[in-house]
Write a protein that binds this ligand. Structure first.
Ligand code: TMP
Length: 207
């Protein structure tokens, strides 16, 4: 899979502040004259929003394979309806979560075979991955506390701390394997400091 220059993703555990940073980076790039599309997984399309509800509703006891395939249904729709067209139209696309979330959550935390996830990646999104991925990294319990304070309690937030620690370790492993693409940023810093670091990394990688 080749890295696509106008395509950036943010990844991280619950409460790591991804959506705030997606907005901040998009505003920065727009001020520099770029056309920027902000998007999210799951739920970057109308169909995706319905899938998101199924995936995140707390009472749903979902089989891990059903869960995995719903994330890929969302992604298949998302890449074809939003991401590919936007990139072809010379926009910069910034997504709040992408393939690395599946590897970390369904692979490392739920225990689904990583080879199977890789095969699905090759089928659903052939030949495309982000040019840069910012991994906002912080303590799991602090992240979960942040979300509870914001009254965000979906099916994943109700998982155990051990589950979320496996997610975090999974992200670390992915970042270790792809240091060129994935940049770890300390998410315990202030919003402004994180944003400054993100811009600094982006500018270095683009030149
Ligand atoms: P968020 O948009 O609030 O981060 O919620 C999305 C949830 O879905 C979050 O708990 C992570 C989870 N998720 C997966 O488990 N696998 C995936 O592939 C994606 C994109 C998200």
């Amino acid at each position: 899979m080749s890295r696509v220059k106008g395509f950036i993703s943010f990844e991280g555990i619950e409460g790591s502040g991804k959506s705030t940073q997606v907005k901040a980076l998009a505003e920065h790039l727009r001020a520099k004259g770029h056309n920027v599309i902000e998007t999210v997984e799951p739920g970057g399309t109308k169909i995706g929003n319905k899938i998101r509800k199924l995936l995140l509703e707390p009472g749903n006891h979902m089989d891990p394979m059903a869960e995995l395939l719903l994330y890929y249904s969302d992604r298949a729709q998302h890449v074809r309806e939003v991401i590919y067209p936007a990139i072809l139209d010379n926009n910069i696309v910034i997504t709040d979560r992408f393939i690395d979330s599946t590897v970390a959550y369904q692979g490392y935390a739920r225990g689904i075979d990583l080879g199977l996830i890789n095969t699905l990646n090759n089928i659903v999104i052939p030949d495309m991955k982000p040019f840069l991925t910012f991994l906002l990294d912080m303590d799991v319990e602090e992240g979960l506390r942040r979300n509870r304070r914001a009254q965000k309690e979906d099916r994943f937030e109700l998982e155990t701390v051990e589950f979320h620690n496996r997610v975090r370790k999974g992200f670390h492993q992915i970042a270790y394997e792809e240091p060129e693409r994935i940049k770890i940023v300390d998410a315990s810093l202030s919003v402004k400091e994180i944003s400054r670091k993100v811009i600094e990394i982006l500018e270095k990688s683009w030149h």
